[in-house]
Design a protein around this ligand. Structure first.
Ligand SMILES: *Cc1c(COP(=O)(O)O)cnc(C)c1O
Length: 229
């Protein structure tokens, strides 16, 4: 048995059955994805739209592709025809573009609101107060091309498990209050936890984990040009 197969089987044995596994395949070749596919994995996460499209084109069409990394508005059109969920929705402008591109494709696209919970330099995600103010004002209800499914977050990059736990708890509480105040049962996804911290995320109520290196092995470091994508 190869290690990709083994690693996915280990995760299946250890993740609670109601938790969804997104296999984060960014930087790994289609062959690695096919190996996971062959044992039944169907949800894969990528962070660069160009790479996502290239893999979509050569791989089986029943794969559910998730865009998990920062997304520029001018790239939405490339993934709108097929992407199943976008985790990294962090602005009103991006919501509007996804809505428009979804309608052009006669689709409704599932999205997660990415919230900034890490107590550090991270540039990604809504500030919780800004997000509350935006939802309060109500215009999101006109975005018929977008289905609001939940929230996503990345915890502080630290060895300090207690601090990571605080970040995840903050996200979990925000998720619960947004669902109560603005959404319904359809708002059911709390995407948090990656290779280094998913056990803590599960303890804090995660319903979807995004796991890459645990499954596929260590990635090569990104080049500077990839980082500014
Ligand atoms: C790369 C990435 C992951 C997966 O990270 P691993 O440490 O390889 O599990 C999860 N979420 C996001 C947003 C990522 O960019």
């Amino acid at each position: 048995m190869s290690s990709i197969t083994e690693n996915i089987e280990t995760l299946r044995r250890t993740l609670p059955s109601e938790v969804t596994l997104v296999a984060v395949s960014k930087t790994y070749p289609p062959e690695a994805i096919m190996e996971a596919y062959q044992i039944g994995q169907r949800i894969f996460g990528e962070n660069r739209p160009q790479e996502l499209v290239a893999k979509y084109e050569v791989l089986p069409k029943d794969i559910a592709w998730h865009q998990i990394g920062g997304l520029q508005t001018n790239k939405v059109k490339y993934i709108a025809p097929f992407v199943q969920m976008i985790h990294s929705v962090e602005s009103e402008r991006l919501l509007e573009v996804i809505h428009k591109e979804a309608l052009k494709n006669h689709r409704v696209i599932d999205i997660l609101l990415e919230v900034r919970v890490a107590q550090e330099e991270s540039k990604h995600g809504w500030e919780p107060e800004t997000l509350q103010r935006y939802l309060q004002q109500g215009s999101f209800r006109n975005l018929s091309g977008v289905r609001f499914r939940g929230v996503m977050g990345v915890a502080s990059h630290t060895e300090d498990a207690e601090r990571i736990r605080q970040d995840f708890l903050q996200l979990q509480q925000l998720f619960t209050s947004l669902r109560r105040d603005y959404f319904d049962e359809q708002f059911d996804t709390l995407s948090m936890g990656m290779t280094s911290d998913y056990p803590i995320a599960l303890a804090c109520g995660s319903t979807m984990v995004r796991i890459g290196s645990y499954i596929f092995g260590a990635r090569r470091p990104a080049t500077p040009s990839e980082n500014i994508e």
